[in-house]
Structures are given as structure tokens and as C-alpha cells.
Design a protein around this ligand. Sequence first.
Ligand SMILES: [Zn+2]
Length: 243
Amino acid sequence: MKKSIIIILIFICIICVVFLNLPEKQVMEKNEENIVQVPEKKESIVIVMNNTEENRVKLDDWRITLVNKDNLLPENYQITLADIDDERKFDSRAINYLNDMLEDMKNDVKDDFWVQSAYRDPEYQEKIFNEKKQEYLDDGLSEERAELLTSKTINKPLTSEHNLGLSVDFNYVNTSFDETDAFKWLQENAEKYGFILRYKKEKEDITKIIYEPWHWRFVGEEHAKKMNELDMCLEEYIDYLNK
Ligand SMILES: [Zn+2]
């Protein structure tokens, strides 16, 4: 009898030890899981690591090609153009996003709006720039002065985002466009189609371009959403991706 009580007691003890140890073990396993997958505590580290890899891919992304005064259109930049209408053209890889946006805009916006300008041929721009510059050179001006004066009236070749075929200008290319329903609609909806307001008033110092409510740039849906979320212009966003 005594012996069996001792055996039962030992058995109970073993069970107790196992049960007491179990929660600790489970917590450890959970913690190990946390390190690898569960965001909680390790979130910032995981995100930074993921972003680093993602960013390398993103920076090769044609949708966020940066063209401005300091970043000329990449040499031999090649695109296939598609027609927006009889006159205007857009990058064929993004034309469906533009068309979808314009169609939905037409359904929702009562006032008249239209695409005034889209793709611009960089060769043509270069030609007219050089012709004008030559006039100044013929007048005896220095190379530097001729270039400066020309660039006051004509965009320097290869520095316009329109050369990429990923931007559109609306209506009269005028600041008052931001008072229209079309502008309000774009502000609310453009990111769903991958478009952003490229030259914001509060980013003039960075873009070095005045506020242009009429100018909308395709960057793709995920970039557009992220840029709006971070409140970054393309220059800032590319910097952010580079880090
Ligand atoms: Zn424009």
C-alpha cells in the first residue's frame, strides 16, 4: 500500500514537472517564431531588411525613371508609344492605366476636361533648342550665355518628363486647373491608376519646378500609394529607396 502511494506521488510529481516546463517551452518557441516572422517586436528590423531587397528591384523600375534638370533622359531610352487620341501619345506599357483613369473620370466628373499634352519627342525638342541657341551664337554670344538664354524660353533637351511618355497635362496647362472638379477627382483617385501629382507647391524647392496642378505622372499603383502615404515627391522617394 505504502509503495503504491509513493509510486502515485512520483507519477504526480513527474506530471507536474512536465506541465510546469511546458508553458516556458511554448513561449520560447513563440519567441523564436517572432524573430523570423511575427512583426511585433522585430518589425522595424524585418521591414528594413525586406525593403533593402525590394528597393534594389524598385530602382530598376521603368515606372519611376527620374528625369529633371540634373537627370537627363537615359541615353538610348526606348519606348513603344500608343495613341491616346489622334494627336497625343503615351508609353504603351501604361496606356491602359491612363485610359481607365480617363474613362472613370468621364463618368464621375461633370465638367469638361481633356489631355492637352502627353509624350514629347526629345529629338524635336533638341532640334528647336539647338536652332535657337545657334541664333544666339551667331549673334556673337558665348556658349554659356547662349545656352542660358535659350533655356529661358525652351526646355533644355532631355530634361522634360514628357520625353518619357509617362506624363499628361490637363486642360489649359494653367494653375486654375486646381479649382476644377477634374483636379479634385484626380487628387482623390489618381493613385488607384498609378498617377501622382508630380510638382506640388510645397515641393518646389526639391523638384525645382513650379507648382503644376495640370501635370500628372504615371509611376504605377504601388509607388503612387506609397509616395502619397509618405508625402514624398519622386526625387525624395528615389532617395528614400536608395537608402
Ligand atoms: Zn507637363
